[in-house]
Design a protein around this ligand. Structure first.
Ligand code: B12
Ligand code: SF4
Length: 520
């Protein structure tokens, strides 16, 4: 049977990275079947195009996975596939929380022939077999023979054949630049960010988060060997195609067991399996100097930190009191000393937020080493304790907000400001963090570092700007480049004159952030 695994886009921003679930399920598909992958972020398609593709390719089963914000599109695509006579199975965090919605048992239309609840590693082979026999069940739950929930151990973990998978659709380098860079032999003809998991589960139970409910608070890890082998495979591929590969460790909290993380990082170093990587780690775990040393030595470049708020009352209110805003600066300095920088994520619209929260947050950010601040709104995702609390308090303004995805739009009323005020705060955060002046300031604040670091933060800032201000298509990019031409020109000039190398050797230059301006 030919199986298509499809992940829709959110219709607004593109994703920089493919979704792991597709590759994982492909690797777990029983032999004798052919699996095709389409990520809507890399290959945008509408309903008619997907239905045509499914017919032309003689697909026998379509698997669709989606987060809550893509679910409306996922349902529309599923409807089109089913109308073409091909069965659809849906999985992922949203349908796990809302299976009746997908199956049309809540009074709405049915979108899926079957739903895979929770982690589908062990149920997927069964689903494929049932589909072959034309006997799909409505619901596949990851349970043992006694009906008890069973979580995959991740040991053993399937080998994802990264060395042979066709990754053409996931090259981040734009096509015109691809040919140019390939000719130059710069080793940048391809650049791919690959999702790798080293473990699953997070016990912290933050009120807004789906993870503790979905993956459970039992933490499971792959063996170090299996992770190291995967990195080696990726490294080998990058070398063979003279391109670049970076890894996103998608673990919710990569250092949740610090002892184990250190041992993994030591093994990565020992095997010379370092690639550049990003990981998500909560600030409290980054107090450990040895851990941060190992992160840097093992190839860690960016750490995603869910700071959420600089207000301890807010943090306590969403069960994230383990975040201590007083230590954010020290944590970021500790990372920056090792040339590791942070993606700092903030949520506005929390219960103790008042107008001016963006400016107060930016005041703190300005005192930190440069990074990539991102700002979102508190969102009641289905199945979370937050959803239940706001529902019970009658505060949900759009209880089924996912039926119409509106980016950066609240679905409940905050306590101490209005919804439009919360929206304005997020806009303010993005505007002032990603203005040409702020980007120039971030780049200049690394004046004492080699040129590569400044280029890195410039590119990262230009890309991250697109999360709020979507930069779809070459014109949008040209506009951004024109707006930031001064910073880009300075770096190019420096590249040709070699000024960067001189600066790199200059000891302890006072950085631009010490003489902080109004930017960022
Ligand atoms: C990596 C990641 C991202 C990446 C993008 C996704 C990618 N390219 O990989 C980035 C960093 C960009 C991102 C962004 C966001 N993310 Co995110 N992200 C994750 C993260 C950490 C890992 C995803 C992953 O690969 N997991 C490992 C795989 C193996 O698990 P899985 O995807 O769930 O798949 C398993 C099952 O669900 C099932 N399954 C999944 N799909 C399918 C399909 C079929 C057919 C079947 C049978 C089974 C099946 O089988 C798989 C194997 O067991 C998850 C948290 C988590 N631990 O999952 C959050 C998570 C998915 N993200 C979440 C959110 C909210 C967001 C943002 C909205 C955050 C924000 N406020 O901006 C954005 C939206 C991005 C967008 N495109 O619009 C939520 C989604 C909750 C929900 N109900 O939708 C999660 C669960 C985290 C959370 N805090 O709750 N994210
Ligand atoms: S620490 Fe992160 S992954 Fe864990 S529950 Fe909190 S938000 Fe979710």
């Amino acid at each position: 049977m030919r199986i298509l695994l499809y992940n829709p886009d959110n219709g607004v921003t593109r994703n920089f990275m493919p979704h792991l679930w597709m590759f994982l399920l492909e690797a777990l598909t029983p032999s004798g079947h052919e699996v095709l992958l389409i990520d809507g972020n890399a290959q945008p398609m509408d309903e008619a195009a997907l239905a045509r593709y499914v017919r032309e390719q003689k697909i026998g089963l379509v698997g669709i996975g989606a987060m809550t914000r893509m679910i409306a599109k996922a349902y529309r695509m599923a409807d089109a596939v089913r109308a073409a006579g091909v069965p659809v199975v849906m999985g992922g965090p949203h349908v796990t929380e809302m299976p009746d919605e997908a199956l049309g048992r809540d009074g709405g239309a049915r979108h899926a022939d079957a739903v895979a609840l929770g982690e589908a590693d062990e149920t997927w082979p069964r689903i494929v077999e049932d589909a072959v026999r034309g006997k799909l069940k409505d619901v596949y739950a990851p349970v043992d023979d006694f009906g008890q929930e069973r979580k995959p151990t991740l040991q053993p973990y399937p080998t994802i054949p990264w060395n042979t998978i066709n990754l053409d659709q996931f090259n981040i380098v734009p096509k015109p630049a691809y040919r140019w860079l390939k000719k130059l032999g710069a080793g940048w003809g391809t650049f791919r960010i690959i999702p790798v998991e080293s473990g699953r589960g997070c016990p912290y139970g933050c009120e807004f988060c789906t993870v503790t409910g979905f993956f459970g608070d039992s933490i499971r890890f792959r063996t170090n060997e299996s992770v190291v082998n995967e990195l080696l495979l990726l490294k080998e591929r990058a070398k063979k195609e003279r391109g670049q590969i970076a890894v996103f460790f998608i673990d919710d909290n990569f250092a949740i067991n610090v002892k184990r993380t250190k041992s993994l990082l030591r093994d990565i170093i020992a095997a010379n399996a370092q690639v550049h990587w990003v990981a998500q780690i909560s600030a409290n775990l980054l107090r450990d100097e040895e851990l941060v040393d190992l992160i840097a030595a093992a190839g860690g470049k960016w750490i995603f930190i869910g700071m959420e708020s600089i207000d301890p009352t807010n943090l306590a209110g969403v069960n994230k009191g383990f975040n201590k805003p007083g230590e954010y600066a020290a944590v970021l300095e500790r990372l920056a000393q090792r040339n590791v920088y942070a993606i700092t994520s903030f949520i506005f619209g929390m219960d103790n937020d008042t107008t001016g929260v963006a400016e107060r947050t930016l005041q703190q950010i300005r005192t930190w080493p440069p990074g990539l601040p991102i700002f979102g709104l508190l969102t009641p995702l289905p199945g979370t304790p937050l959803y239940t609390r706001l529902h019970d308090a009658g505060r949900l303004t759009r209880p089924k907000h996912w039926q119409e995805f509106i980016p950066f739009s609240m679905a409940h009323t905050p306590l101490k400001m209005t919804i439009p005020e919360a929206h304005a705060e997020v806009l303010d955060g993005w505007n002032r963090s990603y203005s040409p002046e702020a980007i120039a300031h971030a780049v200049e604040s690394l004046d004492d570092k080699p040129l590569g670091y400044r280029i890195n933060i410039l590119i990262a800032r230009l890309c991250f700007r697109g999360i709020y201000f979507p930069q779809m298509g070459p014109w949008a990019w040209l506009k951004v480049i024109a707006q930031n031409r001064r910073t880009i020109f300075n770096l190019v000039k420096e590249g040709f004159t070699g000024r960067g190398d001189v600066l790199a050797r200059t000891p302890a230059r006072s950085s631009a952030r010490d003489s902080a301006s109004s930017a960022d």
